[in-house]
Design a binder for this molecule. Structure first.
Ligand SMILES: Nc1ncnc2c1ncn2[C@@H]1O[C@H](COP(=O)(O)OP(=O)(O)OP(=O)(O)O)[C@@H](O)[C@H]1O
Ligand SMILES: [Mg+2]
Length: 495
């Protein structure tokens, strides 16, 4: 059996697959989100480990995996989020700074004004934005008492969530190349931490960063009791960031194949083959995965808040009880009546990259109800995807034929139909909504020799298909109004 750990932004999912890559067991738990100030988002790394450990045991139990049954472990994770811990005690030295956190926006402006963006862009394929790990590590070094001294003495380890879990599971300080490519400290062509970037982001000590391995590699073996009884010594042999793992899990192994994952945020990735693409403005070039000495790249559009806006309706506003309530509410209206919600709750990512944008609801009247809010939220998920896909098509010169979809929000049929309508191409929804976890399992399965790459590419995986039904006039009117709403959300926060 193979255990896949998907440590997401909202919760941890663990799936256990049998030798035929069939799902044998599962577990899921949410964990706490911390918002200490406007624009700041933190997670408790110790809680993430506790929840992950508990969910992994639940999934193994569910699959009836006894001593000796577990063959390999794959890990996939929310990307860019930074953990820091003391390697001697294994205790976190600060809460994890989450990818959505905007506290370093002014620092990014300063670096941009100093003309440093071209260096960052060519070396890493990324945009100089607080989203990525580098300025978060710099912030921790500058703001946590004694952290710089510790880091210089080798008593502080930085890492993305995968590295934190690998450390807790195996005691090794290692990460994979796809996660490294999201730190803004990694040279995606040269294939190493970049000294110039380490210096630029406040002299980050190289020794405080993990060793970078290919996505299929020997990350370590489970140490004494880290996964309960009977699983000591099992190797962690596949790791990729969640979006890259989903691309792999969707079987997008050839150039030109792409997908969108509807989770906390949404991320459109297009396999770009063996050479790092030059990403046009608004898009990212990133490492998809490394397998042996071959690196595969992807073009990416990162949309920060999609499913998280649904969570906000539930937890922030309290206008729905469950995420799934949005479906009936949206369907209860014949149209949006001119109400748009731009969910820039943590700024805007692709293709706008505006860390100062904030959530904006426009078009409210006396007749507006929570149904309008629910519908506007689902529409915004789809309309942001339209913006991302159009930028991608421009970059690649290839019109999209269909969009492969996965992630938690793909269970929402109204959303998927609206997505097909506003995008104008069919949406193919994956059999396993947890394609991210599947991707991690497949990487680990290939890594441990249980499966081959061609098994991965040839998996059958479509659960449902949504064909576009909307007329061109209606579609372009919706998109025009959406774009006017986006303009109103931009540049709102003062810093
Ligand atoms: N029926 C639904 N309609 C709309 N959104 C939904 C529905 N069910 C779940 N969601 C949204 O899907 C998201 C959860 O999806 P998923 O489990 O793929 O995310 P995650 O793994 O926690 O996040 P991420 O992968 O971005 O780190 C939540 O934000 C939730 O609001
Ligand atoms: Mg996820």
């Amino acid at each position: 059996m193979i255990l896949a750990i998907d440590q997401g932004t909202t919760g941890t999912t663990c799936l256990v697959f049998d030798a035929e890559a069939q799902l044998a067991g599962r577990g899921y738990r949410e964990f706490e989100q911390h918002f200490p100030r406007p624009g700041w988002v933190e997670h408790d790394a110790a809680q993430i480990w506790d929840v992950t450990q508990a969910v992994a045991l639940e999934a193994l139990d569910d699959a009836g995996a006894g001593p000796g049954d577990l063959h390999a472990i794959g890990i996939t994770n929310q990307r860019e989020t930074v953990c820091v811990w003391d390697p001697r005690t294994g205790e976190p030295l600060h809460r994890a700074l989450v990818w959505q956190d905007r506290r370093t926006a002014a620092r990014c402006d300063e670096l941009r004004d100093a003309g440093r963006e071209p260096l960052v862009r060519t070396r890493t394929g990324l945009v100089l934005d607080p989203y990525f790990s580098a300025t978060k590590i710099e912030w921790l070094l500058g703001n946590v008492d004694g952290l710089r001294e510790r880091a210089e003495q080798g008593h502080a380890c930085f890492g993305t969530i995968d590295a934190w879990l690998v450390f807790k599971l195996t005691g090794e300080h290692r990460t994979d190349v796809s996660n490294a490519s999201r730190t803004m400290l990694y040279d995606i062509v040269g294939g190493d931490w970049d000294d110039e970037l380490l210096a630029l982001f406040g002299d980050i000590p190289r020794a405080s960063l993990p060793e970078v391995l290919p996505s299929i590699g020997e990350f370590g073996t489970v140490r004494d009791g880290a996964l309960g009884e009977g699983h000591d010594g099992v190797p962690v042999c596949g790791i990729a960031g969640d979006q890259q793992a989903a691309l792999y899990g969707q079987g997008c192994l050839d150039p030109g194949l792409g997908k969108n994952t509807y989770g906390t945020g949404s991320f459109v990735l297009l396999n770009a083959g063996d050479e790092a693409p030059t990403a046009p403005p608004g898009l990212l070039a990133t490492v998809a995965w490394g397998i042996a000495d071959r690196t595969t790249y992807a073009l990416e559009a990162a949309i920060f808040v999609t499913g998280a806006a649904v969570q906000w309706l539930r937890d922030g506003l309290g206008v729905i009880e469950r995420a799934s309530d949005t479906e009936a509410l949206a369907a209860s209206l014949d149209g949006n009546d001119g109400v748009y919600f731009v969910p820039a709750l943590t700024g805007l990512g692709s293709p706008h990259w505006d860390p100062y944008a904030r959530g904006t609801i426009v078009g409210l009247t006396r007749g507006s109800t929570r149904a309008h809010l629910a519908r506007a939220t689902l529409e915004a998920i789809a309309l942001q995807t339209v913006d991302a896909v159009r930028a991608m098509e421009q970059a690649s010169g290839q019109p999209l034929q269909e969009l492969r979809a996965d992630g938690g929000a793909t269970v929402n049929g109204w959303l998927m139909q609206f997505q097909a309508d506003v995008l104008g191409v069919p949406i193919a929804v994956a059999q396993i909504a947890e394609t991210t976890a599947l991707g991690a399992a497949l990487l680990a399965g290939v890594g441990s020799g249980a499966w081959t790459q061609s098994d991965v590419a040839s998996r059958e995986g479509e659960r449902a298909r949504y064909e576009p039904r909307m007329g061109a006039g209606e579609r372009s009117a919706l998109i025009d109004d959406w774009q006017r709403a986006v303009q109103r959300a931009r540049g709102w926060a003062r810093g």
